[in-house]
Structure formats: structure tokens, C-alpha cells
Design a protein around this ligand. Structure first.
Ligand code: PLP
Length: 445
């Protein structure tokens, strides 16, 4: 019998759940019914500490009244307005606010902002902008898109084509003309590292190999997550991103950072581009953009990219691309209220002050059985477990279920536990997470 079954529990048949083992879940559901600050409440009334900021998105913590009020006001004033050949002020206001914190030094900021509805849409948008840009500057043969093994860029056909997760790819056809860099994960040389690993900058040279293989004149863009999250927290080796930037420059390839999880303070700076001091040409975002309160994404583009496309007759649509919900008024209002919170509470840089405690607390789990690696950066941690024979991912999944029973929400991918709590986490929350995980990893064999 399902221990969580409640007298008024919803019927579970109709909802086809995303990225979920539907039958397994429906046999023993885990339901969240409310949230406040660092905690969820489950349908059996337990408080569950949020070790994952929802899905890497609730950076300012849950239940922020300022966001709810802003959305309510906006929906009452203007619930929806089209953004094709029409405008509404809140979208322009939000773009200006984002431009002010956009990555890059004054004069080179990526301060042109295209709104989307999600991270996947941001990725497809950035890839299309890159191809359109190359064409407009007379490089129309550049249509190839380079991603990276173990990259995750959402689930659109563009995103899975440049992504490097086999389960997201094996069933589906992909865009022609994509290729992949080698991933940077190398436990043999870099294990139990705090921050960036020492070894592996030379893996960026793999882009030179692809240039030699395909010809630079066929390559539009290279997209990477500065820190790969969904594939198990893979931190770029020291010097790697710099080298990738240099190779892109050498060959006229646009560099796209997918900052859907690293954007908005996760590494202790507004963007990973700021943290690593490497400026791409385009940045994709979503998630923390609205604190997860409403679905929304944004692509930040450098002026060189944007301005190149602002060509031709004034009456011509410069980029044939956009979504019904691009710049949705309620999402923009949520985003502005979110930025207000980030700014007033210093959340875009708070992690810089707490990350040492985070690293130390998480790395204290290194001596536990079956822990083969721990990596931390900013307010992110990946704890890699040893697989049981012939059962890849089973141990981590059991830890996930056990932690939930114990009152902690974690995320697992394969055999890796990924943690990314809200950026408001206090020392007590961090220690609670670590102690719950310790108890769980010790018992789950
Ligand atoms: C780096 C990265 N890109 C894109 C996405 C896709 O975002 P969404 O699920 O909002 O489409 C994600 C989601 O986790 C992500 O981590």
C-alpha cells in the first residue's frame, strides 16, 4: 500500500509527468503542496528542506510575497498582450533592468535581451540567432552547431542536437550538422576538488579538432554550460573556458554560454561569465530569471550580434523568431520583482560569502561508503556514488527517496547527487542537508 495515499489525494492517471518514471511514481507518489523560504511541505504534512531550489530556479527562496503581489497587480492591469508588432511597457522595463546587470564590462555588455518561455526555448533561440548572425555578416555557410558530450541544453530539437546526454538523444532524430566536444569530466586527474579542477584546459583544443575536421567556414556557434549541472555537476578546468573563447575568436565562431542554471547568482556573481571572467557572445537564461515563479527565459546578446541583424529596410522583421509568450506581462512583472529581491538582499553575490562553508560541509562527506567523488563550486555540489553491479543509478535513486522520507529534497542524475539550494541558505540549513545526506548514504548500501 502507498504510505502517502491520502483520503483526498488526486487521481493520478491523466497527468503524463515529465522526466519521471510515471508508473513507479504513481505507485508511491511524492507530493509537495506548499512552500515557504527554504522548505516545502509534503501532502502528509512534513517539512522538506529544499536542497535543489526546486529545479535550480528558486534562488530567492519560496513564497516571496513581493513576486506574488507583482504578478497579481500585473494580471489585473494587463493580463496578456501580443509582442509581435506590438509592445507593452513592462517587457521593455524588464529588459532594461536585465541589461543593467548583463554580463560583460561597460561597453561590451551583452545588453540586448530576447525573451522566451523556458530554458529550452532560450537555447533554440540563441542557436537560431547565431546562425542568422553568421548569414547576415556574409558567412552563410556557417550553419554547424557544436555542443559538448554530457551537455544539457533542454529538450527542443536544437537543444538535444547540441546536448550530449544519450537518453535525451537515442530515441529522437537530431539536427543535421552538429558535432560535440569531448566532456571535461576526469575523476582520474581531478577528484574531490573544491572549485575549478587543475587539469584539463587542453580539452578545449578539441574545438580545433572539429574545425580541422569540418572547416571553420561551416561552424556558426559553440554552446557549453559554463558549469554542467544536469549531467552531474561538471566544473570547467582552470583555463578551459578562456581557451575555448580564444579558439572561437580565432575561427569566427560565436560562443554561447548556457547559463540556465548558473545565471542569477549561483556561483557568487550575477552570471558564470562574470565569475570566470570569460565573455561569450550570447548567454541563455531561464529559471532564476523569475525565481521559478512563472515560466520564462531570456537570451542576452552582445551588441555586435544584435546590431549586425538590425539591417535592411526599416519595415523588415529582422529576426523571424518569437513566441506567443515572449515577454509575457505577468512573467516580466515576476522578473522585475525577482530582480528587486536579488538586489535588495544582495543575492547575486551572496554565495561568494558562504561558499567556503558550503565546500567544507559537503566535502566532509568524502569518507562515506560508496562516495567516489565530490565536487563543489559556488552553491552547487555533486556527490558521485559507486554504482551497484548492473544497476546504474539505483543507489542514488534510493538515496533520493530516503532523503525525501527524512525531510530533504535532493536531485539525482545517474549515480550523482546534485545539490543547489536557494541562495538564501543559512549555515543551519547547510548542516542539516549534510547530516541528512550522511545518514542516508551510510544506510543505503
Ligand atoms: C543548462 C540548461 N539548459 C537548458 C535547460 C532547459 O530548461 P527548461 O527545462 O526550462 O526548458 C536546463 C534545464 O535544466 C539547463 O540546466
Amino acid at each position: 500500500m502507498n504510505v502517502h495515499a491520502k483520503p483526498n489525494a488526486p487521481v493520478l492517471d491523466s497527468y503524463w509527468m515529465p522526466f519521471t518514471a510515471n508508473r513507479q511514481f504513481k505507485a508511491a507518489p511524492r507530493m509537495l503542496v506548499s512552500a515557504e523560504g527554504m522548505h516545502y511541505t509534503s501532502d502528509d504534512g512534513r517539512r522538506v528542506l529544499d536542497g535543489t531550489a526546486g529545479l535550480w530556479c528558486v534562488n530567492a527562496g519560496h513564497g516571496r510575497r513581493e513576486i506574488a503581489s507583482a504578478v497579481e497587480r500585473q494580471l489585473s492591469a494587463l493580463d496578456y498582450a501580443p509582442s509581435f508588432q506590438m509592445g507593452h511597457p513592462v517587457a521593455f522595463d524588464f529588459a532594461e533592468r536585465l541589461a543593467a546587470i548583463a554580463p560583460g564590462p561597460e561597453g561590451r555588455k551583452l545588453d540586448r535581451v530576447f525573451f522566451t518561455g523556458s530554458g529550452s526555448e532560450s537555447v533554440d533561440t540563441a542557436l537560431k540567432i547565431a546562425v542568422a548572425y553568421q548569414r547576415t555578416i556574409g558567412q552563410g555557410t556557417r550553419t554547424r552547431l557544436i555542443g559538448r558530450e554530457r551537455g544539457y541544453h533542454g529538450v527542443g530539437f536544437g537543444g538535444i542536437s547540441v546536448g550530449g546526454l544519450v537518453n535525451n538523444r537515442r530515441v529522437f532524430p537530431q539536427l543535421p550538422g552538429t558535432d560535440h566536444l569531448r566532456h571535461t569530466h576526469d575523476i582520474a586527474r581531478n577528484s574531490f576538488v573544491r572549485g575549478q579542477p587543475e587539469h584539463g584546459a587542453e580539452l578545449a583544443d578539441d574545438l580545433e579538432r572539429l574545425v580541422a575536421l569540418h572547416g571553420a567556414e561551416t561552424i556558426a556557434a559553440c554552446i557549453v554550460e559554463p558549469v554542467a549541472g544536469s549531467t552531474g555537476v561538471l566544473v570547467p578546468p582552470k583555463g578551459y573556458l578562456e581557451r575555448l573563447r580564444a579558439i572561437c575568436d580565432r575561427h569566427g565562431i560565436l560562443l554561447v554560454f548556457d547559463e540556465v542554471i548558473t545565471g542569477f547568482g549561483r556561483l557568487g556573481a550575477p552570471f558564470a561569465a562574470d565569475h570566470f571572467g570569460v565573455l561569450p557572445d550570447l548567454v541563455t537564461t531561464a529559471k532564476g530569471l523569475t525565481n521559478g515563479a512563472l515560466p520564462m527565459g531570456a537570451v542576452f546578446a552582445g551588441r555586435h550580434v544584435h546590431d549586425a541583424l538590425m539591417q535592411g529596410p526599416e519595415g523588415a522583421i529582422e529576426l523571424f523568431h518569437g513566441y506567443t509568450y515572449s515577454g509575457h506581462p505577468a512573467a516580466c512583472a515576476a522578473g522585475i520583482a525577482t530582480l528587486d529581491i536579488y538586489e535588495s538582499e544582495g543575492l547575486l553575490t551572496r554565495v561568494a560569502a558562504i561558499q567556503e562553508d558550503w565546500h567544507a560541509a559537503i566535502h566532509s562527506l568524502a569518507d562515506l561508503p560508496n562516495v567516489v567523488d565530490i565536487r563543489t563550486i559556488g552553491l552547487i555540489a555533486g556527490i558521485e556514488l559507486k554504482s551497484r553491479d548492473g544497476a546504474m543509478g539505483a543507489r542514488a535513486y534510493d538515496v533520493f527517496v530516503d532523503c525525501f522520507e527524512k525531510g530533504l529534497l535532493i536531485r539525482v542524475t545517474g549515480e550523482i547527487v546534485a545539490l543547489s539550494p536557494p541562495l538564501i541558505a543559512e549555515t543551519g540549513h547547510i548542516h542539516e542537508m549534510v547530516e541528512t545526506l550522511r545518514a542516508s548514504i551510510e544506510t543505503i548500501r
